[in-house]
Design a protein around this ligand. Structure first.
Ligand code: ADP
Length: 250
């Protein structure tokens, strides 16, 4: 969406390898993410997309390779992931909202308790962001009172309330009823228009094509092909990508 190719690299994974016991889930994955760039990772189920995102956020450890962020290699032991996760936000398929907390308290937990910001300022930001996703009136609601699409929009706002530099989205519409997919994807499209740096795993091909600056196609734990969406969706370089795309209507 934005011309990000000349922008500085802010997150740089180099030759990342990850095993789950003896199973190799990532086999030398390298990916440099530029400021304000929207990278969409596509690929068949089980190819390592989610694992890769989780490694960028410290939810999985890697066996080799490096992940450079602000002059640090996050893959090295001793990384303060709690602090890194304030700068690299992540949204999951399953929302991960606290069910016993209101929307207000879900949104303020990070900014007030982790970042130690003044409650009034954090609440102002939360209200502003809620308005932007069309949920200004749900501050007092509890997650059980919200639809899946609303919960996911709240989860996105919760991540944004930390003022992250990068956002990771892991199949955030996969658990939603079809009529709620659009409302969530529209929020992400809005973030892209505002220049948020994002890495997105999705199976929504029309959305991927619309939002991506760059598509990364993975297969069997490796980056198989990477390119601009116009090229990838009309004339992919590899048979694997062609086979993958032939399974979708978009
Ligand atoms: P994708 O997101 O592309 O569907 P995943 O990253 O979830 O793929 O999985 C990559 C591979 O790692 C798959 O073979 C999957 O079965 C395996 N895997 C994922 N998570 C775990 C786990 N917690 N324990 C063991 N194997 C896992």
């Amino acid at each position: 969406m934005t011309a990000a190719a000349n922008a500085p690299v802010i997150l740089n994974a180099v030759d990342v390898t990850k095993y789950y016991e003896t199973r190799k889930a990532l086999d030398g994955v390298s990916l440099a993410i530029h400021a304000k760039e929207v990278v969409v990772i596509l690929g068949p189920s089980g190819c390592g997309k989610s694992t890769f995102l989780r490694c960028l956020n410290g939810l999985e450890t890697v066996q080799s390779g490096s992940i450079h962020f602000h002059g640090r290699d996050l893959a090295r032991p001793g990384t303060d992931w709690r602090s890194v996760r304030q700068r690299i936000g992540m949204v999951f398929q399953s929302y991960e909202l606290f069910p016993h907390l209101s929307v207000r308290d879900n949104l303020l937990l990070g900014p007030v308790h982790v970042q130690k910001r003044p409650r009034r300022e954090a609440l102002g930001q939360a209200e502003n962001l809620l308005g932007r996703v069309g949920l200004a009136d749900r501050l007092d609601a509890f997650p059980r009172q919200l639809s899946g699409g609303q919960k996911q929009r709240i989860a996105i706002v919760r991540a944004l309330c930390m003022n992250p530099e990068v956002m990771l989205f892991d199949e955030v519409t996969a658990a939603l009823d079809p009529e709620m997919v659009r409302e969530v994807l529209d929020v992400i499209l809005g973030l892209a228009r505002n220049g948020m740096t994002m890495v997105i795993v999705t199976h929504e091909m029309g959305f991927a094509r619309a939002v991506a600056d760059r598509v990364v196609f993975m297969d069997e734990g490796r980056v198989c092909e990477t390119g601009i969406p116009e090229k990838f969706f009309t004339a992919p370089d590899t048979d694997r990508a062609r086979r993958f795309l032939s399974k979708f209507l978009y």
